[in-house]
Ligand binder design. Structure first.
Ligand code: HEM
Length: 492
């Protein structure tokens, strides 16, 4: 076929692979690091791998990313069909995995920006975030009262989870004993991060059955579905019962479901459930990993920690003047003034993008990159971590944690630079970039501002010894939980 002959003309570097598995064995336990090393060794900003039977273009520098995406945004806008994701999302009836040419993705994405995850909706959930930030501060204070160290990773993960659950489903799902929603969603995350042989070597897919993975997936899907059915039914009942305003995203989705203008998009319950799954898989782990890595780097750089704390403590004192609700917490109204904190978060995301190899893309049509023909159906893996460390984009000190390097960006509250810059891409690029960026930023900034405002932090042994070992799940988080000693500042 023409696709085949085109792929033969492609002369991109192709690291030699093994029969059947191709380059799969070279991915290692932390593929973003293995691929960064491979790309550096070959001097190949772009390289073509074979993962089982899947051809994969790996992008490892900012320049290469621009060359790949800028002229080819449409060609690059597909997602591969992956076994577990397809099941969990009711056959790609969601935003993250649906095909970009279908009517569904386009209108669901538009609705996600205007109705679900846009700035006004995010602002509307300020109370949820402030409430959960206060609960986090209380939990940390309680546990550290006796001077014992706090497992901050665990606490932040629980907080992030709670925020997404409250925003998505409301607060009253807690009382149900028939389903442990937390455990079900945790298993979902595990399965979505798991390696299914069938995705790479289809004819060896029976191995997944032998490993019990398919059975696990079916069980999880049934539990997840039962949970969603109950949540949706409860919301419909509640809505009939009272003239209630929209409390959470399920309410919003139900309105879209009933609205003839959106009916064709959201008319099917599977679509509502698929989108709810997106919110969980995309929104929980990512935000907590960002907070965790930012705190990690702050503890490793006491000067930066001190500067960020001085900022938040002085800004909030000023803002707190005349406030009648002053309870020693940072409010969202205080956050826009925290310029340095925003630089710190940006720098932490550069060195520790929570999704270091971005959600995979797949070309939906043939295209050309640097004169090389890339056939349709090529997997595209963007190594955001390698790009964050690219010396051509960030200078010889690219590996150093220096928040000041973001000083020249005037408007840190404007998210456009995230998307326009091909050098800092934790939220992806182009038409499939993350629509949850406002949602995530609001959570991350408020939690960090409060942790810095309310506590003085140190490592249990004193000193700056905090490792940066990574573990891969759905996101890349710390291998060892971040355990720190927190000392509550006196509130006047
Ligand atoms: C720090 C937090 C987050 C990070 C680092 C992150 C990262 C990403 C990345 C890398 C992608 C793929 C982009 C691409 O293909 O170019 C993505 C897509 C997506 N994210 Fe996020 N995300 C975060 C938070 C959130 C939140 C809070 C939500 C929703 C509640 C969300 C919803 C989505 C959705 C729906 C997509 C799919 C977009 C599409 O395919 O059209 N994300 N995210």
């Amino acid at each position: 076929s023409s696709t085949k002959s085109k792929s033969r003309t492609t002369s991109l570097p192709r690291p030699r692979g093994l029969p059947i598995i191709g380059n799969l064995h070279q991915l290692g336990a932390l593929p973003h690091n293995s691929l960064a090393a491979l790309s550096a060794r070959l001097g190949a900003p772009l390289m073509l791998l074979r993962l089982g039977s899947v051809p994969a273009l790996v992008v490892s520098t900012a320049d290469a990313l621009r060359a790949v995406f800028q002229p080819n945004d449409r060609a690059m806008s597909g997602r591969p069909v992956q076994y577990a994701a397809a099941r969990i999302t009711y056959g790609m009836r969601d935003i993250v995995f649906s095909h970009p040419d279908g009517a569904f993705w386009r209108s669901a994405r538009r609705a996600s920006l205007s109705e679900l995850l846009g700035a006004p909706r995010v602002r509307g959930f300020r109370g949820v975030r402030e409430g959960e930030a206060a609960a986090l501060v209380d939990a940390v204070a309680d546990e550290s009262r006796a001077g014992s160290p706090v497992n901050l990773s665990e606490k932040v993960m629980a907080t992030s989870n709670k925020i997404v659950r409250r925003v998505a489903f409301g607060d009253d799902e807690e009382g149900d004993e028939s389903i442990d929603a937390g455990a079900v969603l945790e298993e979902t995350q595990y399965l979505l991060g798991a390696f299914f042989v069938v995705d790479y070597i289809p004819w060896l897919g029976w191995i997944d059955t032998l490993r019990g993975l398919r059975r696990r997936l079916e069980k999880n899907f049934r539990e997840l579905d039962a949970f969603y059915e109950r949540v949706i039914d409860d919301h419909i009942k509640k809505k009939r019962g009272e003239e209630s305003k929209e409390q959470d995203l399920v309410d919003v989705l139900l309105r879209l479901h009933d609205d003839p203008a959106h009916g064709s998009t959201f008319g099917n319950r599977s679509h509502l459930k698929g989108i709810l799954t997106d919110m969980f898989i995309a929104g929980t782990d990512t935000a907590s990993a960002t907070v965790e890595w930012t705190m990690t780097e702050l503890l490793r750089h006491p000067d930066v920690l001190a500067k960020a704390q001085n900022e938040v403590r002085s800004v909030v004192v000023v803002a707190g003047n005349g406030r009648d609700d002053d309870d020693g917490m940072v409010r969202e109204a205080d956050v826009p003034g925290l310029t340095y904190l925003k630089q710190v978060i940006r720098e932490a995301m550069r060195l520790h993008p929570p999704v270091p190899i971005l959600v995979p893309r797949e070309t939906i049509e043939p295209c050309t990159v640097y004169g090389h023909a890339i056939p349709a159906g090529t997997r595209v893996l963007v190594n955001a971590k390698a790009i964050g460390l690219d010396p051509a984009a960030w200078g010889p000190d690219a590996a150093a944690f220096l928040p000041e390097r973001h000083e020249e960006i005037d408007d840190l509250s404007d998210h456009k630079p995230w998307h326009d810059s091909f050098a800092l891409v934790p939220f992806g690029v182009g038409r499939r970039s993350c629509p949850g960026v406002h949602f995530a930023t609001a959570v991350v900034e408020l939690l960090l501002a409060n942790l810095l405002f309310c506590f003085d932090w140190r490592t249990p042994a004193g000193g700056q010894q905090v490792d940066v070992e990574e573990e891969i799940g759905l996101t890349v988080h710390r291998k060892n939980p971040l355990v720190l000693v927190a000392e509550r500042r006196a509130v006047k």
